[in-house]
Design a protein around this ligand. Structure first.
Ligand code: PHE
Length: 344
């Protein structure tokens, strides 16, 4: 026993470790479960009292020496490595942090909102689940009026005199604006709308609109035309021309459909504008006096105009996307194409 203790002690004194791995190996060899020191302790346990007295102390000293030595190496090797500099190469470029990108529909909405803000319009929002009154009734669609067929509606509660439904346009927000805001009113209403349509490349049951409303004394069709022209030039470029075609909406009279000159072929005719040189972007008109009166506005004193456009359609024209469904599928490859437009 004595001899082995001395032998191991000598081994400990001569122990040389260069790496943490070597330190760990030495620890296992000496103090591990089957280590040399551990084994001596096991033997010690079986000894009689006399011998225990003889070796107890030197065994404990041996263990202490092994622990000290290993501890010493553990710390000093760490220090040396630190002295040589950090293990990581601090000059290495970092991992790129992937930023999200704005959805194309959000980009277009922001652009439109910014343009109208410059013209002095406020932004208003309203509920997506609306009642029949704000979506139809107050907008001059009487019950059972055939004009309601223009918009296939998702009803939330049927069989009620004023059923709840998913709004089919954000004109409902304009009604709320007329009810609540002080005149004159200049407001735009961005939001999500719902129509019961079969999903295809050109139609979807959910889409987004920005609608606008301006009510004051002496607002004329010329004001409407000018507002739309200025908007179109801000949105599609300073050379843009507009044209208006007569149309029908129950809430405006007269009503028009607005086209902008095709910014791809500049009027020559291409497959985007189907050879016509014009692209349809919105509906508009002078607010019907019945609509003003329904919201308690004196139609003899005040007049106004309204307009509304679909954001997916504008985005399609802007980026020449030929299938509406891309906007809803959230395919990362599609969304990443709009990365450059992120504003931080
Ligand atoms: N609300 C109409 C639609 O959803 C758009 C529109 C708004 C037309 C205002 C005229 C005036 O199609």
């Amino acid at each position: 026993m004595k001899q082995r203790i001395e032998q191991i002690l000598a081994e400990i004194n001569e122990l040389k470790c260069k790496t943490q791995k070597e330190v760990e190996e030495a620890r296992v060899r000496l103090l591990g479960k089957k280590g040399e020191v551990t084994r001596l302790f096991e033997e010690f346990r079986t000894m009689d009292k006399e011998r225990k007295k003889e070796f107890g102390r030197s065994l404990n000293e041996l263990k202490q020496a092994a622990q000290n030595k290993i501890e010493e190496y553990k710390n000093s090797i760490g220090e040396e490595a630190n002295a040589a500099g950090p293990k990581e190469d601090l000059t290495m470029p970092g991992d790129a942090f992937e930023l999200g990108s704005r959805h194309p529909v959000s980009i277009v909405r922001q652009e439109i909102v910014d343009i109208f803000r410059k013209f002095g319009y406020d932004v208003a929002e309203g509920p997506e689940i609306e009642d029949d009154y704000h979506v139809f009734e107050a907008l001059n669609f009487p019950p059972n009026h055939p004009a309601r067929d223009m918009q296939d509606t998702f009803f939330v509660s049927a069989g009620h005199p004023n059923p709840l439904l998913l709004r089919t346009h954000t004109s409902s927000v304009q009604v709320r604006a007329m009810e609540n805001m002080k005149l004159p009113i200049r407001v735009i209403c961005p939001g999500r709308v719902f129509r019961n349509e079969a999903i295809s490349a050109r139609a979807h049951c959910i889409f987004h609109q920005v609608e606008g409303l301006y009510i004051d004394e002496d607002v004329t069709f010329a004001d409407l035309k000018q507002a739309i022209l200025l908007f179109a030039r801000e949105m599609f470029g300073p050379e843009t021309e507009i044209r208006m075609r007569p149309s029908y909406f129950p809430f405006t009279e007269p009503s028009a459909e607005v086209d902008v000159s095709c910014n791809i072929c500049h009027g020559k005719g291409c497959n985007i504008c189907k050879g016509t040189g014009w692209l349809e972007i919105m509906g508009c008109g002078m607010v019907d006096p019945n609509v003003l009166e329904a919201s308690g506005i004196d139609s003899k004193k005040y007049s106004g105009f309204a307009f509304g456009m679909g954001l997916e359609r504008i985005a399609m024209l802007k980026w020449r996307v030929n299938d509406l469904r891309h906007y809803f599928e959230n395919d990362m490859r599609f969304l990443k194409e709009f990365n450059t437009s992120i504003e931080v």
